[in-house]
Design a protein around this ligand. Structure first.
Ligand SMILES: Nc1ncnc2c1ncn2[C@@H]1O[C@H](COP(=O)(O)OP(=O)(O)OP(=O)(O)O)[C@@H](O)[C@H]1O
Ligand SMILES: [Mg+2]
Length: 224
């Protein structure tokens, strides 16, 4: 199994009350698979994505990637895993307002030390793939919500991740832009063989994934 979660548990201390958010999550994802997770507000969807993305650590349980357990103590392992294997897309884009579209997209490559020509080639490829060429010099404030999310997705896939984690990526978009973003995910899944784990209330997204899971009362249940 490519990605496997076994008995993941997570609680948070809220004042002096401990809330048990995840009570034993099991999940298996094949390479190239598309997964949607739905669940009520506060059910732990973001918590679960953060744990899969190694941004947050479970209290109990294990994650295996390509058969190897995630080494939570090993910073070199974690930064390699996050940098080389994962891409993140959030509801509120998290773009840099002081940079333009092109600069936002190529930032991961710049930080990874790519040379100019390689950066240029990759950014052109993504701009044309996402139909953003005529916006490449625009500042973020001048973009629509759908365009911002496309920029965020371009940035997330810049370093060729194998798994894209998306947290309500269409939550702030009108139906038309949401549809574009969905098509984009499906295309990236197909052409780049990118696995997707998408948290979404958008049933259009959920329906187009291979599997749909419901997160409720701390457990993940397959729905389809
Ligand atoms: N760092 C934290 N410290 C304390 N409590 C937290 C923390 N992060 C999340 N929680 C709590 O854990 C529960 C699950 O939160 P989470 O953000 O994962 O829910 P969610 O399913 O993503 O909700 P939404 O649909 O509203 O985004 C909530 O009760 C939240 O208040
Ligand atoms: Mg959330």
């Amino acid at each position: 199994m490519w990605l496997k979660l076994r008995n993941i548990k997570k609680s948070y201390l809220n004042g002096n009350r401990r809330i048990q958010v995840l009570r034993g999550i099991d999940l298996e994802v094949n390479k190239g698979e598309k997964i949607a997770i739905v669940g009520p507000s506060g059910s732990g969807k973001t918590t679960l994505l953060n744990i899969i993305g190694t941004l947050d650590r479970p209290d109990e349980g294990e994650i295996f990637f390509e058969g190897r357990p995630i080494e939570w103590q090993n910073d070199a392992f974690l930064s390699h895993f996050r940098g080389k294997k994962l891409g993140f897309v959030f509801q509120f884009y998290h773009l840099m307002p002081e940079l333009n579209v092109k600069e936002n997209i190529l930032l991961p490559g710049l930080m990874a030390g790519w040379e100019r020509s390689k950066l240029e080639e990759r950014v052109q490829d993504l701009l044309s793939r996402l139909s953003l060429e005529d916006k490449k010099d625009s500042r973020i404030y001048a973009l629509s919500g759908g365009e911002r999310q496309k920029v965020a997705i371009a940035r997330a896939v810049f370093l060729y991740p194998e798994l894209l984690l998306a947290d309500e990526p269409t939550g702030n978009l009108d139906p038309e832009s949401a549809k574009e973003v969905i098509e984009l995910f499906l295309e990236l899944n197909k052409t780049l063989h990118l696995s997707l784990i998408i948290v979404s209330h958008n049933m259009e997204i959920a329906k187009r994934m291979d599997k749909l899971y419901l997160l409720k009362e701390g457990f993940l249940v397959e729905y389809s």
